[in-house]
Design a binder for this molecule. Structure first.
Ligand code: ME8
Length: 519
């Protein structure tokens, strides 16, 4: 049995509705989860919302609501987004959940028992937007000369009694982790940034607040709530039943992958491993910090008024189109741009005109010219060449790239195989063989049928609904669609023996039009 696989996304702040960056992360994580399932692994996938902290408390106050009311209202929008984008999570965690408070307190108590927490006074800069403390030397100057965080957000001077975590004690261990284990954080850029941060002056971390009460109460110190990142990071443990030694805990911890955006790498690769070391718990195997989805080179933000609703895009173009576009267009780990024009142009060229057209042409011809029936046949050299190209892409190139989270590279390999199929159709011209050589026509169409089946199986993690429609039209049983089935040479014979008939196909990838409203 292959090893179980545990993947998590960041949990989002529900201080407003989800934006395209949230959708991107959820789609990428879902694609990875589906990929490992297709490879036969038992997968657990967790996502959710990060509901405590000053940012949420202030936003609720601004809106005349309680923090809990705002959290309930907005968290449900994130869950709805996941469902609408066909994100197959196993747990949608909310940090207000009772089991999460329990897990956070248990982690705190383990760090305290280790002697790593002490009471002192915090004085320093805090960004509410980032929910992060910054050193003076990290701050940058805004246009009006004001101090800003390195992320460009406002900072305020904060003075209060606080619990501290002995982060400085873990500096050498953290440096060893990042230097000695290059895969712990990817891509390389984030790793270098984190090493530079650790090489600087690493101070202990303030881990509780007394000036507001929207958070997890500190055990034995009830006028303190935990710093929101302490409880937020604990979510990865909560979902497995921590602190109980449940089956899920034994099976899935340590996590295989925390998928996050590059702005929160410090929390996941410095604070989080330090908390875990302190609590004597195993460290996650990998943190991957993806880039930002930008519009016209800019990060979307409420103040710029350029925030797009991922559900609107999914409705406009289709869920699988959006999934395909984001993973194909953006080199994973880098920032990338989206636009309506790019979605329409790319998916028309690659899905509608290339893969969609291939499926539609081949199945229509089998239906029309062969009465929908498949038969045993002999391959010739050209058929074998095509199938070798397709098999290499589907069995090796795409899975190897996806294993490395190089989605655009894997999809490109898949697409080259699709193009090879279309070229083969043009060269073999099966429509012209109907009268002159019907045996050869059947051989060509069935070679393509086999190729389409492999292509549809391989691309399932990216476009699950569309692949399902194609595989249904081909008549491939739902339990014969895994990556292992790609290795099976006997499926075609079995399908022929079963007498499966190809119905008149309905197009699966309609061409998109650029709506005038957005052009
Ligand atoms: O950071 N493109 O929540 P969040 C791509 N609650 N990804 C983006 C993005 C963009 N334009 N904007 C944001 C938080 N993200 C914390 C996480 S985890 C224990 C706590 C990513 O709602 C961002 O990098 O601000 C993060 O991974 C996720 O969306 C949630 O961001």
């Amino acid at each position: 049995m292959p090893d179980p696989y545990y993947i998590t996304t960041a949990i989002s702040y529900p201080n407003g509705p989800p934006h395209i960056g949230h959708a991107y992360e959820a789609i990428a994580a879902d694609t990875i989860a589906r990929f490992h399932k297709l490879r036969g692994r038992e997968v657990r996938f967790q996502t959710g919302t990060d509901e405590h902290g000053l940012k949420m408390a202030r936003k609720a106050e601004e809106q005349g609501k309680t923090a809990r009311e705002l959290a309930d209202e907005m968290s449900s929008k994130f869950k709805h987004m996941c469902d609408a984008l066909h994100i197959e999570y196993d747990r949608f965690i909310r940090t207000v959940d009772d089991d999460h408070h329990r897990a956070s307190k248990a982690l705190w108590e383990r760090m305290e028992a280790r002697g790593d927490l002490y009471l002192d006074r915090y004085e320093g800069w805090y960004s509410v937007r980032d929910e992060a403390f910054y050193y003076e030397k990290e701050l940058i100057e805004g246009e009006g000369g004001e101090r800003l965080s390195p992320q460009g957000t406002p900072v305020e001077w904060t003075t209060e009694e606080s619990w501290f975590f002995r982060l400085s004690k873990y500096r050498d261990a953290l440096l060893e982790l990042l230097r000695g284990n290059p895969d712990f954080i990817r891509p390389e850029r984030s790793r270098n940034e984190m090493i530079a941060f650790l090489e600087g002056d690493l101070r202990d971390l303030s881990v509780s607040r007394t000036s507001f009460d929207w958070g997890v109460k500190v055990p034995g110190s009830e006028n303190h709530v935990m710093y929101v990142w302490v409880d937020a990071l604990t979510n990865y443990l909560t979902g497995l039943g921590f602190p109980d030694e449940t089956d899920n805990w034994r099976k899935f911890w340590p996590a295989d992958l925390h998928l996050i955006g590059k702005d929160i790498a410090r929390f996941h690769t410095i604070y989080w491993p330090a908390f875990l070391m302190s609590a004597d718990l195993p460290l996650p195997k990998q943190v991957f910090a993806h880039g930002f989805v930008l519009k016209g080179g800019q990060k979307e933000s409420k103040s710029l008024g350029n925030v797009s609703d991922p559900l609107e895009l999914a409705e406009m173009y289709g869920v699988d189109t959006l999934r395909y576009f984001l993973l194909r267009e953006i080199s994973f780990g880098q920032d990338g741009n989206w636009s309506h024009e790019a979605i329409v142009t790319r998916t028309n060229a690659e899905l509608a005109n290339s893969f969609g057209n291939l499926c539609q042409r081949v199945l229509s011809m089998i239906h029309k010219n062969m009465d929908g029936a498949l038969s045993d046949y002999y391959f010739d050299g050209a058929d074998r060449t095509l199938l070798t190209i397709v098999q290499r892409a589907c069995r090796d190139e795409l899975p190897e790239a996806f294993e490395q989270l190089r989605f655009s590279v894997g999809i490109e390999a898949w697409l080259r195989a699709v193009f090879a199929c279309n070229q083969y159709v043009d060269e073999q011209a099966p429509w012209a063989l109907k009268k002159s050589d019907p045996t050869r026509m059947a051989a060509v169409l069935q070679t393509l049928f086999i190729a389409i089946r492999d292509l549809a199986i391989a691309i399932q993690p990216v476009i699950p609904e569309k692949s399902k429609l194609v595989l249904d039209q081909l008549g491939i049983a739902s339990e014969r669609r895994s990556y292992d089935d790609l290795q099976d040479e006997s499926w075609f014979g079995a399908l022929v023996a079963k007498g499966h008939m190809i119905e008149k196909p309905a197009p699966v990838f309609p061409r998109l039009e650029l709506s005038e409203a957005v052009a």
